[in-house]
Design a protein around this ligand. Structure first.
Ligand SMILES: [Fe+2]
Ligand SMILES: [Fe+2]
Length: 178
């Protein structure tokens, strides 16, 4: 659907703004990172639950961006800004590699906390770049953020229900089987 810049700032269409949705995800994941940091070293149950939740949230979030946001950004942004989309894909690759490491580790194992810390630092860096560079560029573009938000909300509900059905038994990226 064609959209004008004005469509992105007009409120009340009923559709969610894609970037506002993604920013809400960012805040949710940051909370999980902070909670993990504050958890006592020996509270393995809490750490396992937080790590699992963060991996699930991040798996769905990265899929939504890669399936819907980044292709739209690549199309809508001028050549000079496309590098930000390319960088985002590379950073996602690194984050997903760390998420996958949790499939072979359990809480309390050597390296578990370190992997979680490095993953959270990498995500924080990536989120900062998205919110300071990519998202503002998209807000200035003609990309229809409400139509995108609509599609994103539907896809998110679908991924979430598949994840719920798959059950949450272990830490790791379950979306690989979706
Ligand atoms: Fe991202
Ligand atoms: Fe993001």
């Amino acid at each position: 659907m064609e959209a004008t810049k004005q469509d992105n700032v007009e409120a009340g269409s009923g559709s969610p703004d894609a970037l506002a949705m993604l920013e809400a995800d960012h805040r949710a994941v940051e909370k999980l990172f902070k909670a993990f940091e504050k958890t006592a070293d020996d509270d393995l149950e809490a750490k396992a639950a937080l790590a699992q939740r963060a991996c699930e949230e991040l798996s769905i979030h990265t899929m939504l961006e890669e399936e819907l946001l980044y292709p739209a950004a690549h199309e809508a942004l001028p050549d000079s800004d496309k590098i930000d989309v390319e960088e985002a894909y590379v950073e996602h690759f690194l984050v997903k590699t760390l998420i996958a490491k949790f499939e072979t580790m359990k809480v309390g194992d050597k390296g578990f906390d370190a992997t979680f810390k490095v993953m959270s630092e990498m995500v924080n860096h990536h989120v900062e770049e998205e919110e300071k560079e990519l998202f503002p560029e998209l807000r200035k573009s003609t990309c229809n953020l409400r139509a995108l938000g609509d599609g994103m909300a539907k896809r998110k509900a679908q991924l979430q229900s598949k994840l719920d059905k798959a059950g949450s038994k272990a830490v790791g990226d379950k979306t690989a089987t979706l």
